[in-house]
Design a protein around this ligand. Structure first.
Ligand code: FE2
Ligand code: FE2
Length: 488
């Protein structure tokens, strides 16, 4: 194993100075070269934030800022002008005894430097992860203009600044461990843009526009959750700095999951209330979002997020695992040999026009293994949302579509599968797709409801208020101070 660069940040338990230019727990001040490199990337990041970040003019926002990684609290809450937000670099504390938990290096000490033979693959994994972080900020940039409340506006901005910090997290790794190539990749992360025809973001779902708040909540539920699962595999990585970075990112990601789960839940609650009160499914004239439209948005966001897991069968995924770059979800809790040679599993595929099972080597089906964990997690939210319908005394239910529905990647790409899992011919699909996926009319209907509600404590009519505020503040707290021109 060739060691390219040696670097060993000391785990720091004290709280970083959050007024630092780049708050960090990697002893940045001890490595002048790295510090200078990051300080010269920082203005480019800020330019990107100004030109591609949130469009709504604000004075300041009540935001959480990561300042530590310890158990005694890692976040600072306070009103801050977003351009002055302190995007810092935080890795979970180092476990000096940590061993590689899987693959051919199982039992060996975790890597503190990048092994030469895995340099290209590791850099690619970091770049792909890094690319998704600013992409979602770009996708969500205009949503502030139609926020259903100041509370929701604050949550949107919290997600946005933390995705910005996740970009910093990946850029730190590129700068610290991948030399000049890494610095070039860090530049490119600011040059690709979501939906840009010439230079799009790397993954499909990150080039779809986030048109409205229903889609934003579906995105944070389904697409951020894909992120959670990808981070979960990198958290197991033999490359210890990557593992520790991702472990800490997962802490922040939990809030993004919360925004998605409760956002959809509050919409469903409001819709259920209107359905009950007016005894109709057509709640649009009453200012609510019809359940059928919610289902179609769900179908869309779930299916594009499923594509993010890649092909069910992937030799790359197998070799990443065997070489120690990426583990499985909760690898250390799995009760098997963590090597997986010669093991098999079943997968669904289309055979002779029907969905049938095939036996495949487990090592080649690790994308599917991760996706299965993800789908099980997705189902929890759907159950919660259905509980709201049940509590309202309604019989209607939301469902996750079949894994083969509307897929562009993997074994179901090129087939037409209904949400119930029937294989359809092209003509039937064309006829029916409008009832399963959001139509331009659906998007227009939702858009017609998207009028901003900027009064503290007030909520747009299509969404129920939350149970509680953020960080023990009341729901009607002044989470965001808008600039005059935002109100004009
Ligand atoms: Fe993220
Ligand atoms: Fe996220």
């Amino acid at each position: 194993m060739r060691i390219d660069e040696k670097r060993e940040p000391n785990a720091m338990t004290s709280t970083a100075d959050y007024t630092d230019k780049i708050p960090n727990n990697v002893d940045l001040h001890e490595d002048r070269r790295l510090q200078r490199a990051l300080e010269s990337w920082q203005p480019n990041f800020l330019n990107w934030w100004e030109s591609m970040g949130p469009t709504l003019p604000t004075e300041d926002v009540y935001l959480r800022t990561a300042v530590n990684v310890g158990r005694e609290g890692w976040a600072h809450f306070g009103h801050v002008a977003m351009k002055d937000y302190r995007w810092g670099i935080f890795l979970s504390e180092r476990d000096r005894e940590r061993e590689i938990g899987f693959g051919q290096h199982k039992g060996e000490p975790a890597w503190q430097a990048v092994p030469g033979e895995h340099r290209a693959d590791l850099m690619r994994l970091i770049v792909v992860q890094g690319d998704t972080e600013p992409a979602s900020v770009e996708q969500q940039r205009i949503l502030g203009e139609t926020a259903p409340s100041i509370y929701d506006l604050r949550n949107l901005f919290q997600v946005n600044v933390e995705e910005g910090r996740h970009l910093w997290a990946m850029v730190y790794l590129l700068h610290a461990y991948f030399g000049r190539e890494g610095r070039e990749e860090a530049e490119q992360l600011l040059k690709r843009n979501s939906g840009d025809l010439d230079s799009p973001r790397i993954l499909g779902a990150f080039n779809e526009a986030t048109t409205d708040w229903l889609q934003f909540f579906m995105f944070t539920y389904f697409t951020d959750r894909d992120g959670k699962y990808q981070l979960g595999t990198l958290k197991e990585s033999a490359f210890d700095p990557l593992a520790r970075t991702c472990e800490f990112m997962l802490k922040e990601e939990a809030h993004h999951m919360f925004v998605g789960t409760t956002g959809v839940q509050r919409i469903v609650e409001r819709t259920a209330e209107l359905m009950k009160r007016h005894d109709t499914e057509d709640v649009l004239p009453r200012g609510g979002i019809p359940l059928a439209i919610i289902q179609r948005y769900l179908n869309f966001q779930f299916s594009v997020s499923m594509d993010l897991f890649g092909s069910e069968q992937s030799t790359n995924a197998g070799s990443y695992f065997t070489s120690g770059l990426k583990g499985r979800w909760q690898e250390t809790r799995r009760k098997d040999d963590h090597v997986l040679l010669g093991q098999e599993r079943q997968m669904n595929t289309v055979i002779d026009g029907r969905i049938a099972q095939r036996t495949v080597p487990l090592l080649n089906a690790l994308n599917l293994d991760l996706r299965d964990e993800y789908v099980a997690d997705c189902n929890n939210g759907v159950r919660r949302w259905n509980q709201a319908l049940e509590d309202a005394g309604l019989d209607q239910r939301l469902t996750l579509p079949h894994e083969g529905f509307n897929r562009r990647v993997g074994t179901f790409a090129g087939h037409h599968i209904s949400p119930q899992g029937e294989v359809l011919d092209g003509a039937t699909w064309e006829q029916q797709a409008a009832q399963w996926l959001p139509s331009p009319e659906d998007r227009a209907a939702v858009a017609s409801l998207m009028v901003p509600e900027y009064e503290y404590g007030a909520f747009a009519g299509w969404i129920a208020p939350p149970q509680t505020g953020i960080n023990d503040q009341p729901v009607e707290f002044d989470y965001v101070h808008l600039r005059e021109e935002a109100l004009a």
